[in-house]
Design a protein. Structure first.
Length: 472
């Protein structure tokens, strides 16, 4: 159960009359037109009202008090984690008379000492979001769209702070690894399609965000409304629309496969079961599914693999400068204690070690070839049962085109479920469940061949699921 709702906002203010005297006991009604949920509050003896834990959205506030006209203010936009002060000055008159003001909310947030950048749902949907790791990266959005930031999906700095000193919140849930704040959030965060709006909080951050040094990146997920809404999307790339790269062309390798499909849907609205339950103005749901499949065999690097001759114990080519690319290969670089020439690139038999005077010497393997009888039985079996890929080029170094992507095959599926229910004016429940399934062939660089390849290859099948559950 989460009690400090990081993405929830607060509306407060003071009610006064024309002479600036406070109006105690005034009735304040706050309506969310999208959901039809209405909340009530009464001003204190100091003429102050406060309604916390409100979902981000657009609100309508009305104030009534005996002897005064009803004051109404519409289009009050409450952002993520925002404490918005909306004051009213009442005019003398009948309660049945009303004064309605439709305007933008105050630009200055006086309720807290925080400084923040708000990004609305419309802006979040229309601004470019970098794609990486198979999805639109919500953390990357911070560092490509907002001032005072620099970084990437993995790490970033805000307002000149150190990397990993900001915190990422999804519906109030801190996202990140146990050893890193503000990074590595790909395996847990929901789809970008699930995000409604966002706030980057800096300055003097509220005490509820413990452990944060510089700032809080606060994302809110979408919720259902009284209207049924949905969306569907598809983003695709294909190697048929790409040119071949330089390394593949030079090796005579045809254009390598690259296919990426990112697609999904979302739907939200009131909970409505004909003849059984009508949840309009009370119960709402939201669901999103996103899936990504990617195959990227683009070859942009070069790796070094042993030649077929090496795997037969024949290292005679080490004495050739044309093979090694080193002009010293095969040349005499000195003499040993026995008066024999020492060749650059020669392999010496460790079992022939002996002393000549005070110096140890060894004999060169004849022809720079290691006899099979001298091979380790383990190495022989590895080469027999799990052979190492033969290089494409004839040189010793950089003889194999390598893949540029960390994950030549990648699959991800994200599921988000969210429900909101309004029990009464003072009791509300919100629950969110997000599950990520991520499977990929991952490896260190360089990478070659087609996974899973042989056991002597570099690929490992990595499964990194992530789950977030929140009730508040």
């Amino acid at each position: 159960m989460v009690f400090a709702q990081g993405e929830r906002g607060t509306l407060n203010g003071s009610i006064t009359d024309a002479s600036s005297a406070v109006v105690a006991g005034a009735a304040v009604k706050i309506l969310n037109p999208a959901t039809g949920v209405e909340l009530n509050a009464t001003t204190t003896d100091s003429g102050v009202y406060r309604l916390p834990s409100l979902m981000p959205g657009t609100y309508r506030i009305s104030v009534t008090a005996p002897g005064f006209k009803t004051a109404v203010r519409e289009n009050i936009v409450l952002g993520v984690a925002q404490t918005l002060t909306v004051d009213f000055k009442l005019d003398v008159g009948a309660v049945t008379d009303s004064i309605t003001v439709s305007s933008d909310p105050p630009l200055l947030e006086t309720g807290t000492a925080e400084i923040g950048s708000y990004v609305s749902k419309k802006e979040f949907d229309s601004w470019p979001i970098a794609v990486g790791g198979g999805r639109r990266q919500i953390q990357q959005f911070i560092f490509t769209s907002l001032p005072g930031t620099i970084g990437s999906t993995w790490q970033g700095s805000i307002n000149g702070g150190q990397n990993y000193t900001h915190e990422i919140l999804i519906d109030g849930i801190s996202v990140g690894r146990m050893d890193l704040a503000g990074g590595s959030n790909s395996e847990f965060s929901p789809s970008a399609e699930s995000i409604s709006e966002f706030k980057l909080q800096t300055g003097t951050v509220s005490a509820q965000y413990s452990g944060t040094q510089t700032s809080v990146a606060n994302f809110a997920t979408k919720s259902g409304t009284n209207s049924l809404h949905g969306s569907a999307y598809y983003y695709g790339q294909n190697d048929a629309l790409r040119a071949n790269n330089f390394n593949s062309n030079s090796a005579g390798i045809k254009r390598q496969p690259f296919k990426q499909s990112n697609y999904g849907y979302s739907i939200g609205g009131p909970v409505y079961i004909p003849k059984l339950y009508d949840g309009r103005n009370k119960s709402f749901f939201f669901h999103n599914m996103e899936r990504t499949t990617q195959k990227d065999y683009s070859q942009t690097l070069l790796a070094t693999l042993p030649t077929p001759a090496f795997k037969q114990g024949d290292f005679s080519s080490l004495l050739s400068s044309a093979f090694t690319g080193n002009a010293s290969s095969g040349t005499t670089v000195g003499t040993d204690a026995a008066g024999r020439s020492v060749q650059f690139g020669a392999l010496y038999d460790p079992t022939s070690s002996r002393q000549v005077g005070n110096t140890w010497v060894r004999d060169i393997f004849p022809g720079n070839i290691i006899p099979r009888s001298r091979w380790s039985p383990v190495s022989s079996k590895i080469l027999e049962l799990a052979p190492i890929t033969d290089p494409v080029f004839s040189g010793m170094l950089n003889n194999m085109p390598a893949l540029g992507a960390c994950c030549p095959e990648f699959r991800e599926r994200m599921l988000t479920f969210k429900g909101d229910h309004n029990f009464s004016n003072s009791h509300r429940l919100s629950a969110m469940y997000n599950r990520n399934f991520r499977t990929r062939y991952n490896s260190g660089s360089p990478r070659w061949g087609t996974p899973p390849n042989t056991p002597t290859g570099v690929y490992q099948n990595q499964d990194t699921p992530g789950t977030m559950v929140r009730m508040a």
